[in-house]
Design a protein around this ligand. Structure first.
Ligand code: RP5
Length: 167
């Protein structure tokens, strides 16, 4: 008897700590309701920077179409992933004990032009999952290729600006 092949995940749900899961599981639930295959992982931007960069750089080639990233506090995971993948990144500000998630929200939402993160509300993981479903429903490969090219050009510009400043 052959076992059915596991479908390739289309959405990567990542979070800075396993302590974020009680919030982030609502994203997985929403995607499950639409039978979208997902992968779930803990990828901490500051504790596992190499893993974070590798995850972002390989996400598209591994077949992912959207990344849903949640983190709390100094929540740089969604923004840093958006810097290394051309995939759409949906950011979920996870509320922690202090500041009611305002720190998480501001860390994720206030991205500079050129590195977009679609930020949902504090604790809004269900909407993040539903937004990923909408993005999947609207995808076209030709546009994705143009986006990839534009992103490479944007990164070249950023590097040139940094060189000009001597940083
Ligand atoms: C962030 O620090 C994580 O995303 C999490 O929200 C928060 C606390 O992490 P733990 O101390 O519970 O591992 O990076």
């Amino acid at each position: 008897m052959s076992t059915p092949a596991t479908p390739t995940p289309l959405v990567g749900i990542v979070m800075g700590s396993d302590s974020d899961w009680p919030v982030m599981e609502a994203a997985a639930q929403a995607l499950a309701e639409f039978d979208v295959p997902v992968e779930v992982d803990v990828v901490s931007a500051h504790r596992q920077p190499d893993k974070m960069v590798a995850y972002g750089r390989t996400a598209a080639e591994r077949g992912l179409r959207v990344v849903v990233a949640g983190a709390g506090g100094a929540a740089h995971l969604p923004g840093m992933l958006a810097a290394v993948t051309p995939l759409p990144v949906v950011g979920v500000p996870v509320p922690l004990a202090h500041l009611d998630g305002m720190d998480s929200l501001l860390s994720i939402v206030q991205m500079p032009a050129g590195v977009p993160v679609a930020t949902v509300s504090v604790g809004g993981a269900r909407n993040a999952g539903l937004l990923a479903v909408r993005i999947l429903a609207a995808g076209t490969d030709a546009l994705a290729e143009r986006l990839r090219t534009a992103m490479l050009a944007f990164q070249d510009d950023l590097r040139a600006q940094a060189d000009a400043k001597g940083t």
